[in-house]
Design a protein around this ligand. Structure first.
Ligand code: DGL
Length: 240
């Protein structure tokens, strides 16, 4: 494993590609390997133990391919497995995702924050701890949006059908006064243009992908693992 080794990513499906793209925007010279566990999508409603087992299996594959870092490009898998992954590979840098409740709470003027995520993410200790640590000053409304995962897997990110489903989820949060909507699942990042249009003038979306990309760069730099090649790295996407 060296600075020229790839960064590995995995998610239940195509959602985490938005995170990989955010990383490549600031680190275009990095090689990447992305595994979409589409056969097991969605993770959100599944038992945490199942998601943990899959996360260990997929990380083992990425490590086997020589990855220098693994990005868990999935909030649900992070909630279920980040501790297990770090325990299994103590020397491997592992970067995870969690709903960006902290910046949303800090920026909210109305004092109401809406969070869209999966059941698995909301049931995790990480989410509960983040809310009690950083969002005790605001009202946080959690909304499970499994329909969004299916839409994105189908490639349906706009159009009348997608808009109807998106409105049904978003309008109750907006009606409750939420002025920040946290996209707490990587699949939802693909719906940001549609959701942003619906929320325009009423709420801002909080997309964590740039912050995660920044964390990837910081961790790689701290370990002396940033790719040194000029130009563009290679990218591979595979189904589990
Ligand atoms: N993209 C995932 C997340 O960030 C999971 C979606 C799912 O499979 O339910 O939570």
């Amino acid at each position: 494993m060296s600075c020229e080794s790839p960064i590995g990513f995995f998610d239940s499906g195509v959602g985490g590609l938005a995170v990989r793209d955010a990383v490549l925007r600031i680190l275009p010279g990095e090689d990447t390997v992305y595994i979409a566990d589409s056969a097991n999508c969605p993770y959100g409603p599944k038992p945490a133990e199942f998601v943990r087992r899959r996360s260990l299996e997929l990380t083992r594959r990425l490590v086997g391919m020589g990855c220098k870092m693994v990005v868990v490009a999935c909030n649900t898998a992070t909630a279920a497995a980040i501790d297990a992954l770090r325990a299994e590979w103590p020397r491997l840098p592992v970067v995870g995702m969690e709903p960006a409740v902290k910046p949303a709470a800090a920026r909210s003027k109305s004092g109401v924050v809406g969070v869209l995520a999966t059941k698995g993410t909301f049931c995790g200790r990480l989410y509960r701890d983040t809310c009690s640590r950083y969002a005790s000053n605001v009202r946080v409304i959690a909304s499970v949006a499994d329909e969004f995962v299916e839409m994105v897997e189908r490639g349906e990110v706009d159009g009348p059908g997608a808009e109807r489903i998106a409105r049904a989820k978003l309008e109750p949060l907006l009606a409750a006064g939420a002025d920040r909507i946290v996209l707490g699942c990587t699949h939802f990042l693909h719906l940001a243009p549609l959701l942003g249009r619906i929320a325009a003038g009423r709420a801002e979306l909080v997309d964590p992908s740039d912050a995660v990309a920044g964390q990837v760069r910081r961790v790689l730099a701290a370990r002396g693992l940033l790719a040194e090649r000029p130009g563009t790295g290679a990218g591979r996407v595979m189904r589990a």
